[in-house]
Design a protein around this ligand. Structure first.
Ligand SMILES: NC(=O)c1ccc[n+]([C@@H]2O[C@H](COP(=O)([O-])OP(=O)(O)OC[C@H]3O[C@@H](n4cnc5c(N)ncnc54)[C@H](OP(=O)(O)O)[C@@H]3O)[C@@H](O)[C@H]2O)c1
Length: 258
């Protein structure tokens, strides 16, 4: 298949590109432009049109977004343009050209914050466009990616692996994590399925805490705390915690509809 992926400089897009290029012809779409493609700025609709008209693909996977809650709250107008208006342009283009659209959304779409609003409105815009689409909804996602340019929960594990005892992990908030590896498997299954479901939630069945995840992944004693605010740490060099045992709940994948 010929597949375009937006946001390949990001955490999920970079891992997905790496995974999908083994079996598909991938065109990577970035903000700065790549491999002869014009730049692609979600906040500048004219650059979107220009890049899209250069594409000759069967499927587009739209991962690019202003994906940080704090950034959306700080600049709601930009968040709306980038996450909703740009998605509308892509969906309309996909419908006109008969191209399948796979869209990355969030399981938190009904929460009360600007990021959630924009993801919910983007889902609605895709549905209204009539494009053939699958929406993949994720929760907090863990796993290795070539990109760590933006702060992610995974970085806290990496930082703690480098500097044991430097971080306390919250043991009060229970959530259902998503595995980045599973996101790639689900998207691959979606691409291969001629009649994929319209919505797929990629999330573990079991709820857990940051403390439980850190305790299961790292070899040393982890400090617990009651801190509902996620504190991020700046990017650091990946360490080889991939060989450490990931807990079963991170790897138990419900593949609804496949
Ligand atoms: N990670 C999670 O836990 C999680 C959970 C639920 C849903 N999601 C969804 O999954 C998708 C990917 O998330 P992620 O964690 O990979 O996010 P990320 O690491 O922040 O990456 C975002 C990507 O979007 C691009 N982007 C941002 N603003 C742009 C703009 N104005 N024009 C063009 N490109 C722009 C970034 O490009 P630059 O590198 O140039 O900034 C980057 O490639 C998002 O749609 C997000 O809502 C993620």
């Amino acid at each position: 298949m010929r597949i375009a992926i937006t946001g390949t400089t990001g955490y999920i897009g970079a891992r997905l590109q790496h995974y999908m290029q083994r079996t598909h012809e991938i065109t990577s779409i970035t903000r700065r432009g790549d491999k002869g493609l014009p730049s692609f700025d979600l906040c500048q609709p004219s650059t979107l049109q220009q890049t899209l008209q250069h594409l000759d693909v069967d499927i587009i996977i739209h991962t690019a977004a202003i994906a940080r809650r704090q950034q959306c709250t700080a600049n709601p107008e930009a968040a709306y343009v980038a996450n909703v208006e740009a998605t509308k342009v892509i969906a309309e283009w996909a419908r006109q050209r008969g191209i399948r659209l796979i869209f990355l959304s969030s399981l938190g779409i009904h929460e009360d914050n600007i990021y959630a609003d924009t993801k919910r409105l983007a889902e609605q815009a895709i549905e209204d466009s009539g494009a053939m689409n699958t929406t993949i909804r994720l929760a907090y996602t863990f796993g290795f990616s070539p990109s760590f340019s933006n702060p992610k929960p995974m970085q806290r594990l990496e930082h703690e692996a480098h500097f044991p005892g430097s971080i306390s992990f919250d043991d009060s908030w229970h959530f259902q994590p998503t595995s980045l590896e599973h996101v790639c498997h689900v998207i691959q299954a979606t691409v291969r399925n001629s009649k994929p479901p319209q919505e797929v939630n990629v999330v573990t069945i079991e709820a857990t805490t940051m403390f439980e995840i850190a305790s299961a992944c790292l070899p040393h004693q982890i400090q617990a705390c009651k801190d509902l605010k996620m504190k991020y740490v700046p990017g650091c060099l990946p360490v080889n915690i991939g060989e450490l045992p990931w807990p079963d709940y991170i790897l138990s994948l419900p593949l609804y509809g496949f």
